[in-house]
Design a protein around this ligand. Structure first.
Ligand code: G
Ligand code: G
Ligand code: MN
Ligand code: NA
Length: 253
């Protein structure tokens, strides 16, 4: 209960920070996008993992406020980059309750307006389980967002269960292969078979495919050979504050 109260205060006091993890375009070798990830540094407890406070926020209803806060910080940063001539598409994780709230589209409209951010610079990541919770309602919201030019991704693909017929009906631009598919199986790479199949599935449905959790250079080479479009993971960079992200770009260009 104390942690819940602290989280509420942290949100109100803008103590939830957003870090950015680069996504590498495997065709050009350039960083073209970033995933926004919430970070909480608790005054007494130190760093608290989003693996703890995101589920807490979901259980207590705080996720709507937290989610709006993260969405706003992300749009502000994306716009700041964009108006400096740095085109980084920023991807924000959206929880089921945000998609259900009925106000996500309005919120997105207001933020794009407020920060003069073109819709194409914003991507929303929706997990398989979020989409399957109320698939028909999700499809309606997704069409509204996509009509505005927002990019939509299915996150953690392969871990939940979305029926393949739904996968075809969701208006999606990007498929993110869950990182569990990239892990090496006792040193051998039999998981490569699944990765290859998921890439083919994504491309067959006109999606671009992102591999996440890429930790070594060998995996990067293999993913490129398999025709995967983007890679994200510690081998490129951990999630970092915006200023540090900008420095990663400076090194690159
Ligand atoms: O950032 P990783 O560093 O540890 O994140 C752990 C989990 O928390 C991931 O599943 C990630 O998608 C989720 N997460 C991180 N930030 C956010 C956020 O702003 N909103 C939602 N809904 N999930 C987030
Ligand atoms: O569930 P989602 O994909 O949104 O969560 C992203 C999570 O993956 C974050 O917790 C982020 O810190 C973590 N992550 C990013 N890159 C890597 C990686 O290369 N290896 C591992 N183990 N985790 C990663
Ligand atoms: Mn994600
Ligand atoms: Na993911």
């Amino acid at each position: 209960l104390r942690l819940e109260q602290d989280l509420r205060k942290a949100i109100d006091n803008n103590e939830i920070q957003v870090h950015f993890q680069p996504k590498l375009d495997l065709n050009t070798g350039k960083i073209t996008a970033a995933e926004a990830l919430a970070r909480w540094h608790h005054a007494d407890e130190g760093f608290i993992s989003p693996g703890i406070f995101i589920p807490l926020a979901e259980r207590t209803g705080l996720i709507e406020t937290l989610g709006s806060n993260v969405l706003e910080q992300s749009c502000r940063q994306a716009a700041s980059w964009y108006h400096q001539g740095i085109q980084i598409q920023v991807a924000v994780n959206i929880a089921a309750q945000q998609l259900d709230s009925g106000s996500l589209v309005k919120q997105v409209d207001e933020l794009l307006n407020k920060y003069e951010l073109p819709a194409k610079m914003l991507e929303l990541e929706l997990t398989e389980s979020t989409l399957m919770e109320d698939a028909e309602a999700a499809i309606v919201e997704m069409h509204s967002l996509r009509n505005r030019g927002v990019t939509l991704a299915i996150d953690d693909f392969g871990t939940g269960y979305s029926s393949l017929s739904y996968l075809q009906r969701f208006p999606l631009d990007i498929l993110k292969i869950d990182r569990s598919f990239l892990m090496t199986d006792q040193g051998n790479r039999s998981q490569g078979t699944l990765t290859r199949a998921i890439i083919a599935l994504g491309h067959g449905l006109n999606m671009r495919v992102v591999a996440e959790g890429v930790e070594d250079p060998q995996q990067l080479t293999e993913l490129k050979q398999l025709g995967c479009d983007f890679a994200q993971g510690f081998v490129i960079s951990r999630p970092v504050p915006a200023e540090e992200f900008t420095q990663l770009l400076d090194k690159q260009y």
